[in-house]
Design a binder for this molecule. Structure first.
Ligand code: NDP
Length: 279
């Protein structure tokens, strides 16, 4: 599947997107080429953050002339997330990204400034047209409930959380909560942030077998699995154009129920942890 509705925003967004954390500023030409190749292949959902060093500037270069095609997401760090701080951070991100608006603006993780302040800041920005929607990241169910109480229904566009084959904690409660409340679920670090199952391991062999049946790669199989549920999205990062195309090919991989069951058994979700894992 190429795109699906992004929470309650009414926008269709590419199910596989592109992350930009730890993008290599010293190889920015490669990073720009990779992001552009991804956008050309339909990976138009681009995730960045004020915290990601040079990433916003690299994204600006990559999306030059392509802004209308891209669903652009950035994030404010909790330390800046007062009502006025949100406005200031957003202005700076817009300047680095060389654009006049973000499609979605996220609180990077729950912090110590009152959530009421952050949400008031987001709503100011939305009314001013500087952001078209806002969401949260690394929010567990109790944080989501608190945000919902403050903002009211259909305001939280998405929750961006850790989700890969060996870290499926969000399946216990966060995914069901988001599905029930019209909140898009964006899984980050789908390849374990570079710690992907070794091809020689039992899990790696299962992935390879399924990949062979679909004439695709183990990474594409992982992305297909991680976006199998309605309302879910995934944002792999790569600094290489060929890998961006490989990641894009995951949208054509339709896993069978048997294959999903096999992956489920090989990479079990485990018990619900006491707190939400995050990077
Ligand atoms: P990923 O799980 O996306 O893994 C990235 C690693 O996988 C890189 O080493 C990359 O190498 C490699 N890779 C990518 N595609 C392929 C492929 N097809 N085949 C083989 N290797 C591949 O890690 P991230 O932690 O970067 O997560 C993705 C994005 O999620 C981040 O970039 C960021 O935007 C977001 N994120 C959000 C967080 C939050 O708190 N909200 C926290 C962490 C991430 P190479 O680049 O050399 O190809």
């Amino acid at each position: 599947m190429d795109a699906r509705g992004f929470g309650s925003t009414g926008q269709r967004v590419s199910v596989i997107g592109q992350g930009t954390w730890r993008i290599d500023g010293s190889a920015s030409a490669d990073a720009v080429a990779a992001l552009r190749a991804g956008v050309d292949a339909g990976l138009t959902h681009i995730d960045t953050a004020e915290m990601y060093g040079d990433a916003e500037a690299i994204v600006a270069e990559a999306i030059e002339g392509l802004r209308e095609e891209v669903f652009l997401v950035s994030k404010v760090v909790p330390g800046n997330a007062t009502r006025r701080g949100v406005a200031r951070s957003c202005e700076q991100s817009l300047r680095r990204l060389r654009t006049d608006r973000l499609d979605c603006y996220l609180l990077h993780w729950p912090g110590s400034h009152p959530l009421e302040e952050t949400i008031a800041g987001f709503e100011d920005l939305r009314r001013a047209g500087k952001i078209l929607s806002w969401g949260v990241s690394n929010f567990d169910v109790d944080d989501l409930e608190a945000a919902l109480r403050i903002a009211g229904p259909y305001r939280i566009a998405c929750n961006q959380v850790l989700y890969h084959l060996r870290e499926r904690s969000i399946e216990h409660a966060v995914i069901p909560w988001c599905a029930a409340n019209g909140v898009a679920l964006v899984g980050y670090s789908p390849f374990g942030s570079g710690d992907f199952p070794n091809p020689a391991s039992p899990g790696g062999q299962v992935l390879a077998r399924i990949a062979e049946a679909h004439a695709t790669s183990p990474h594409a199989v992982a992305l297909a699995f991680l976006t199998r549920l309605d309302g879910t999205f995934s944002i792999p990062k790569t600094g290489r154009a060929l890998r961006a195309l490989e990641n894009a090919s995951a949208r054509d991989v339709a896993l069978t129920e048997d294959e999903i069951a096999t992956l489920d058994a090989q990479f079990p979700r485990g018990r619900r942890p006491s707190s939400l894992p995050m990077l």
